[in-house]
Design a protein around this ligand. Structure first.
Ligand code: AR6
Length: 165
């Protein structure tokens, strides 16, 4: 498994799947979710409507429509309430369930945004540590390459520090 850190807009990545930091309705929102729906186009929302939502920490897969990525894996992250509401386990589940879907669909290259660290206020360094640990411990054949697509310089530096040998 190769791990790569990039900085920029996840909607521009030409990969097999991008992960969406969604909410439980799956009907779109702001942040990375809004960006993904804007680029993918209305057919994505149409497919999402049929899924009847998704629980926090679980994940569902759709097509990518007008995105360069073939698939979108939607996973609602936990809202940070101080750490005593199972937030760590739930965020880990977001990564695990997304990786499971990637394995099931033989997805070779997948890109993750920094789930829960925007509107949902999960502390960025804690979230990055969970993301990197969960991905490093994944030992299945797929995905072959995981890209952590950070949006801010600060997140980029945190991920680089965590993945440096
Ligand atoms: N590419 C990559 N990362 C991005 C992009 C982008 N285009 N845009 C923002 N980010 P957030 P959450 C980063 O708030 O905290 C939505 O309304 C951003 O800088 O998008 O999981 C949903 O509908 C941050 O590091 O997701 C939910 O209601 C990270 O993506 C709620 O927000 C996540 O920030 C989910 O909140």
């Amino acid at each position: 498994m190769q791990i790569e850190i990039q900085k920029g807009d996840i909607t521009k990545l030409n990969v097999d799947a991008i992960v969406n930091a969604a909410n439980c309705s799956l009907l779109g929102g702001g942040g990375v979710d809004g960006a993904i729906h804007r680029v993918a186009g209305p057919s994505l929302l149409e497919e999402c409507r049929k899924l009847n939502g998704c629980k926090t920490g679980e994940a569902v897969i759709t097509k990518g429509y007008n995105l360069p990525a073939e698939f979108v894996i939607h996973t609602p992250g936990p809202v940070w309430h101080g750490g005593s509401s199972d937030e760590i386990k739930l965020l880990q589940n977001c990564y695990l369930n997304s990786l499971r879907l990637a394995e099931e669909h033989s997805i070779k290259v997948i890109a993750f945004p920094c789930i829960s660290t925007g509107v949902y206020r999960f502390p960025a360094e804690k979230a990055a540590a969970i993301a990197v640990k969960t991905v490093k411990e994944w030992e299945k054949e797929y995905p072959e390459r995981v890209i952590f697509c950070t949006f801010s310089e600060q997140d980029y530096n945190v991920y680089c520090a965590l993945t440096a040998v």
